[in-house]
Ligand binder design. Structure first.
Ligand code: BV8
Length: 247
């Protein structure tokens, strides 16, 4: 298996998806055939889905909170922590996962592009209440209300059809600009992602456009596999610990 050199000249931007949490026991979207209760996830995880049936949406996220609370990071998460310790500020981890397992593994330089399962906010954009930590698994049939304005509370998650937080996109853009103009080697590695959801799936093209080197570690071919220069097929929990050559 070819290895990925991580030396003092290397800047590394990592993108992870549901596949990296699969070996921890978190179901992937593909694994669920993209369906939840026979409904396309895009419809549950969307403002329209919440407006139509907030009970169903809170059932979806409460079940995932219960599931994610009972699992632990795996060797794939741990390998990325070791790479970060080795590269320091020449490392950034952008994740599509909302399960919080990267932070629990010890990753520091993490951008949760799609939000976090264990945060909640008021659904009323006028309400001044800030998003807050919330591990509550709400009982069947309950939709929590905001103590400040009485509106419905919602998971602090980026749903389909919603814009990502501009500060998160800026952090990724800023890191990429510094890496590309550093005179060093700019590397992008995507792991455990099917390359189906944008803007995350388009990051490989941006890095290539900036002259960066691109790697994919995935169990199955991804929708954007052909856009990567290096591809290692396998389980991220087995491949990542062996892939990085820390020099
Ligand atoms: C937006 C939070 C502006 C919710 C999520 C351009 C073209 C086409 C469509 C669009 C486009 N731009 C925007 C869109 C629309 C949309 C989109 O991309 N739709 C797709 C379906 C076509 N994007 C958006 O809406 C984004 N917002 O663009 O705003 C805008 C606004 C209005 C209109 C237009 C634009 C917001 C996207 C974020 C949505 N929220 N998550 C929640 O989690 O509940 S996305 C969610 O799905 C995940 O976060 C993740 O991003 C995605 C699932 O993908 P993966 O993580 O890759 O998981 P998947 O199961 O698919 O694949 C797992 C892979 O792992 C597999 O390949 C498998 O082989 C592999 N694997 C399995 N086990 C292992 C493994 N690999 C290694 N080891 C293993 N052990």
């Amino acid at each position: 298996m070819e290895t990925l050199l991580l030396d003092s000249n290397t800047w590394l931007l990592v993108l992870t998806g549901a596949g990296v949490s699969a070996e921890s026991g978190v179901p992937t979207f593909r694994g669920m055939n993209g369906l939840w209760e026979d409904q396309p996830v895009e419809q549950v995880a969307s403002p329209e889905g919440f407006a139509k049936d907030p009970l169903r949406v809170w059932r979806f996220y409460s079940q995932r909170r219960a599931g994610a609370a009972g699992v632990s990071p795996n060797p794939g998460h741990d390998a990325l922590v070791a790479w970060e310790r080795h590269l320091g500020d020449r490392f950034l981890l952008a994740t599509q996962n909302v399960d919080g397992l990267h932070s629990r593994a010890g990753s520091q330089r993490v951008v949760e592009m799609h939000g976090n399962l264990f945060k909640t906010r008021c659904s009323n954009d006028e309400c001044k209440r800030a998003p807050f930590e919330d591990t509550t698994v709400y009982a069947e049939g309950t939709v929590p209300g905001c103590k400040d304005c009485g509106s419905l509370l919602r998971p602090h998650i980026v749903w389909f059809g919603e814009y990502l937080d501009p500060t998160d996109l800026e952090r990724i853009q800023d890191f990429s600009l510094r890496a590309a103009s550093s005179g060093g080697r700019f590397v992008f590695l995507a792991a455990g992602t099917s390359g189906a959801v944008y803007p995350a799936a388009g990051m490989v093209d941006q890095v290539r456009g900036a002259g960066g080197e691109t790697w994919l570690v995935n169990l199955d071919p991804a929708e954007n596999s052909r856009r990567f220069q290096h591809s290692v097929q396998g389980k991220s929990g087995e491949v990542l610990p062996k892939l990085g050559r820390l020099v």
